[in-house]
Design a protein around this ligand. Sequence first.
Ligand SMILES: NC(=O)c1ccc[n+]([C@@H]2O[C@H](COP(=O)([O-])OP(=O)(O)OC[C@H]3O[C@@H](n4cnc5c(N)ncnc54)[C@H](OP(=O)(O)O)[C@@H]3O)[C@@H](O)[C@H]2O)c1
Length: 301
Amino acid sequence: MNIVIVGPGAIGSLWAYSLYQAGHKVSLWSKHIRPTSSLTLENVDGEIHPHISFPAQEYSQLNHADLILVTVKAWQVTQALSPLLEHIHTDTILMFMQNGMGATDQLFPALKHYPTLLATTTHGAWKPSSDYVRHTGLGQTTIGALNSKGESCQFIADVFEHALPNSLWVNDISVPLWAKLAVNCVINPLTAIHQCKNGQLLSDTFTTTINKLVEELVLVMSQEGISITHAVLRQQILSVAQATADNFSSMQQDIIHQRPTEIDFINGYLVKIAQQHGIKTPENKQLFQQIKKLEKQWSQL
Ligand SMILES: NC(=O)c1ccc[n+]([C@@H]2O[C@H](COP(=O)([O-])OP(=O)(O)OC[C@H]3O[C@@H](n4cnc5c(N)ncnc54)[C@H](OP(=O)(O)O)[C@@H]3O)[C@@H](O)[C@H]2O)c1
């Protein structure tokens, strides 16, 4: 397949390299004007794969793409894709892979012309320099349709599975997206505010807050058609905190490096949907406001 990666940062570069290795013709579209971009991949076992040069910033690649994988951060999606749509054929499959929910909402009317997919991944990637990507943790990628045209694209899960297991298709992508959102609503803002590793959330200090957050999440999720009990959701969140105990969350990293976070698409999204259902979510709202306050501090520096 002809594949273009829009936003070849950490996760985009991991997929670019993996899809290339699986035999696809991959090109990159970044913010910077460069005719080529090269990448070296270090896999999870520490093996270093050879340097590969990818074509970049070519409108003809966008025009002939079978698949465009968008891996910018959630708050960058609209700005990154809007100017490109006029160069993309309506047969091209668009796939969005971001943490959080709602990143494609502004583009939704334009996306109805394209087979569009949403994906969520638990693979970990880190890009310490512009031409080096490290696969920091194995995970799973779940793919599903955003619109009716996307429903005929189940084969894309096989393409991704061949490049980087485990990848699977689901008929209702909102289920895994809500499951990940719930985990992110707890782990991301708490680790960012308290500047701690994920595992520290397992201490008694956080029990009351986590219980209140889970209570709100269960209520909103049930209104969105996702039925889950407090005990099960709480356990899922604590299991992720346990399995990633030594890791810093992406929001903790964003805050420490004074970068914009994805809070609008995590607790911000939860609060927005709760309001639509007339549900009060004071605990999530407070975390949302605390992160916004932190972001504002350095934007005023
Ligand atoms: N990294 C992980 O392990 C991981 C795991 C699971 C999910 N995710 C999710 O995947 C998404 C991407 O994360 P990431 O860690 O890969 O972030 P990242 O390293 O910041 O990658 C985003 C890339 O998009 C580029 N970009 C920004 N605006 C653009 C534009 N208008 N046109 C083209 N490219 C543009 C950025 O360039 P600049 O740097 O020059 O701005 C950057 O290279 C996030 O939603 C994240 O939560 C990441």
